[in-house]
Ligand binder design. Sequence first.
Ligand SMILES: [Zn+2]
Length: 88
Amino acid sequence: MSIFDFAAGTDPAMAEDAAVCSRKACRARASWQVLWNNPKIHSPERRKIWLACADHREWLEDYLQTRGLWKETLPLEDRAAGVLEQDS
Ligand SMILES: [Zn+2]
């Protein structure tokens, strides 16, 4: 199982309008952005972002932390427009 399999619940077309939680099958509005980096495939300064609703923030953080990928979690309101990068 790839690390991305479970996070594919966000349709990129929908992400334009509403920030939805990245947890698979979750359609809740996201209020957090979980920033992570995989040193095996990303340059050190790069940040990937998963969106999280209040219910799944800890779940996603824990998932990344146990793999050593988690960097930080920020309120979604703080994101700069246009730089949001989601995995598909
Ligand atoms: Zn969620």
